[in-house]
Write a protein that binds this ligand. Structure first.
Ligand SMILES: [Cu+2]
Length: 663
């Protein structure tokens, strides 16, 4: 049946907002609320229809396209939330949200640098450090956080810029030259510097920290490669002459047996919707919505320049605004398909971020193998994964957000951390107490990156249960006479007050999300298991201001009852937040979770003790988790992968055979 398209040409309720829709949504709100120019558009996001409506959606259904809009009214110092129906050309709701500060906007980020560079107190502080050309000074508008009543959301709208200096020209990596000791407090509403403190001069780095191929040979660079770029790399080509094995229509992606929709929002960036797997004639849902919900990067250095570096990159900026346009053969290799990301500027105009999302397939080594040593027949299958990725640049740092789908039914999420560390300057001969030297005169403060992924699970249906599973030694006794026995213990996380848990690698702790009303042939509920990867906890004291704003980092696994208004692990408005919002508050009602519409939230921390080898640009570090089918399929779902052309019964691997005979 021909799909009914909306006025804006959309044929599915979860298609991300198009550029036209962003413009229409802003126009409706401006008209209906008589918005003045001082009303700044923080975010314009698709307001997703109720889950029941989306799950039951058929192409003949009418789609009401709605957008949620967050406004910061600069003149009145008020936050508003509006919902408009683009389809019906009307405002659905409009409320003031008292006592909150929405995210720092891109226009503010840009303007702060311009204004700070002109402030006489700041110019004087930089002059004391030998910097006279203010055009070389980089001022990044880091959030002020909350460190007492002066930062209260009702006290004003502030940021706390961090300062760097380029050496001589625009192409120099300025993030290699941190300015230590100059603390600027900036009033974003007045657009003026509120105060400058100088905690003493630390000499600026004299050597460069450049990473471009042209500058490798520059003797003024650290590290210095006198030979330039290496010359012994030969071509390595990925060829897919028949094209990729996936198909995309709009934002609907089908890859082999996987079936999903890709979404994009200004705050979260990449989102996955309706992740399903075709199993025989059934299209079986696994996840309703998967998104990175928050990031928190706490620094463990008490020095004045660093102790207030406690960024929430999603709630205090929005990573969707900072996505890279990805380039063929650089970010992804092979047959690539791109999707654009649409965000808003602060006047409410759409911005199309070309190629913000990359889809491609990767060879991933071996999926499975067995050699029958008696017959010498080897069966091996290559593993291939579908990669859906995007990369954000937030000032000095890069974050790659990668979803992987595999042929064995498993799903992986991985964050790739790279870019330039937020370094500090240190006096010659001093060994920093709360960080590590990475280059002469530069140190990387101890810090961590805590991510939280919100997984609105839908394992064969909306109603799921979550159990904690761990392994332990069986007690000695008649059942364990040899002392070797161990068992797997399952503990239901059946109400919210117990559903905040930590990893425990020594007991192989993991979490099983199952559907009690869908049993497999063994009578067990079909399930997916969340398998943690590397993880850590924050080292902040419990009463530290920043930790109270990031309570979601104090445990790793959280389960909540589904509520579409609960989307972000640190709450809706972490900027200048006094603390207490987010996951613990979401769980406060202690709602029941068994066989219910539940949401699983997983927090994972990258522990970052900087190394000299991460200077001046950091090799990718990864952190993430897996979701693996557990009794969801009967048998290995990848058994039907055909052998590669040159492998299999006749062509197998002669080298392997002769090695065997020589033995
Ligand atoms: Cu780091």
């Amino acid at each position: 049946m021909e799909a009914i398209k909306t006025i804006s040409g959309v044929s599915h309720p979860l298609e991300p907002l198009s550029a036209d829709e962003v413009a229409m949504a802003a126009a409706i709100l401006k008209r209906d609320q008589s918005l003045e120019a001082s009303a700044r558009f923080v975010t314009i996001t698709l307001s997703e229809p109720p889950k029941a409506e989306v799950v039951a959606f058929e192409p003949r259904h009418r789609i009401d396209r709605q957008a949620k809009i967050v406004i910061w009214e600069r003149a009145r110092r008020c936050t508003y939330e509006g919902v408009v129906s683009i389809t019906d050309n009307r405002t659905v709701s409009w409320i003031e949200v008292p006592g909150v500060q929405p995210a720092i906007m891109f226009e503010e980020f840009v303007k702060v640098e311009e204004v700070v560079r002109r402030d006489p107190r700041f110019v004087e502080a930089l002059r004391r450090r030998g910097v006279t050309d203010m055009n070389l000074v980089m001022v990044d508008a880091w959030p002020v956080g909350y460190n007492g009543p002066e930062d209260d959301p009702t006290a004003g709208r502030f940021c706390l810029p961090i300062i760097w200096v380029r050496a001589g020209d625009d192409d120099d990596n300025g993030y290699a030259r941190p300015v230590e000791g100059v603390i600027v407090r900036f009033d974003l509403d007045r657009m003026e510097v509120a105060g400058v403190e100088d905690h003493g001069v630390v000499p600026l780095l004299t050597r460069g920290g450049n990473y471009t191929a042209e500058r490798l040979k520059d003797p003024a660079n650290f590290p210095h490669f006198p030979e330039g770029a290496r010359t012994d790399l030969r071509a390595l080509e990925i060829k897919q002459p028949d094209g990729p094995s996936f198909a995309i229509e709009g934002h609907h992606v089908i890859w082999q047996k996987w079936d999903l929709r890709v979404g994009f929002t200004p705050r979260e960036g990449l989102v996955l919707h309706m992740v399903q797997y075709r199993d025989g004639s059934r299209l079986r849902p696994i996840i309703y919505r998967a998104s990175l919900s928050e990031m928190f990067i706490p620094y463990g250095d008490p020095n004045p320049t660093h102790y207030r570096k406690n960024v929430f990159d999603m709630g205090e900026y929005g990573v969707g605004f900072y996505m890279n346009s990805l380039e063929l053969g650089c970010d992804c290799l092979g047959e690539i398909r791109y999707l654009d990301g649409v965000v808003n500027d602060n006047d409410g105009n759409p911005i199309v971020m070309k190629n913000a999302i990359c889809l491609h397939e990767e060879d991933f080594g071996i999926l499975w193998k067995h050699t029958d040593y008696r017959t010498e027949k080897a069966e091996v299958r290559r593993s291939r994964r579908l990669v859906i990725s995007s990369i954000a640049t937030i000032g000095n740092y890069e974050y790659g957000y990668f979803w992987y789908l595999y042929q064995d039914g498993s799903i992986q999420y991985e964050v790739k951390l790279t870019g330039v560390i937020a370094a500090g300057g240190v006096m010659p001969g001093v060994r920093p107490a709360y960080g590590e030297l990475v280059a002469p005169g530069v140190y990387g403060p101890n810090h961590q990156h805590f991510f939280n992924v919100r997984l609105d699970m839908m394992v064969d249906g909306v109603e799921n249960s979550v159990d904690e599973v761990h392994s332990e030694a069986a007690p000695r006794g008649p059942g364990n006479p040899h002392g070797n026995a161990w068992v797997n213990i399952m503990t239901p996380l059946d109400h919210e007050s117990i559903a905040h848990r930590r990893i425990d690698p020594f007991s192989a702790r993991r979490w099983r999300i199952s559907n009690p009303s869908m049993k497999n042939v063994f009578g067990e509920p079909v399930a997916y298991t969340l398998i943690p990867g590397d993880n850590v906890l924050p080292f902040y004291q419990p009463d530290a201001y920043a930790l109270k704003r990031a309570l979601y980092t104090t445990d790793h696994l959280w389960v909540t009852a589904y509520d579409p208004s609960q989307m972000f692990a640190a709450g809706e408005y972490p900027n200048q937040n006094r603390g207490g919002d987010g996951l613990p508050a979401y769980q406060a009602a202690d709602r029941p979770l068994a066989n219910a519409d539940t949401v699983v939230w997983y927090t994972f921390g990258a522990h970052h003790v900087p190394r000299p080898e991460e200077w001046p640009v950091m090799p990718v570090a990864t952190i993430g988790f897996h979701l693996k089918p557990t009794g969801f399929f009967m048998g290995n779902p990848g058994l039907d992968i055909p052998p590669a052309d040159h492998c299999g019964p006749d062509g197998t691997d002669r080298a392997n055979h002769s090695a065997h005979h020589d033995r």
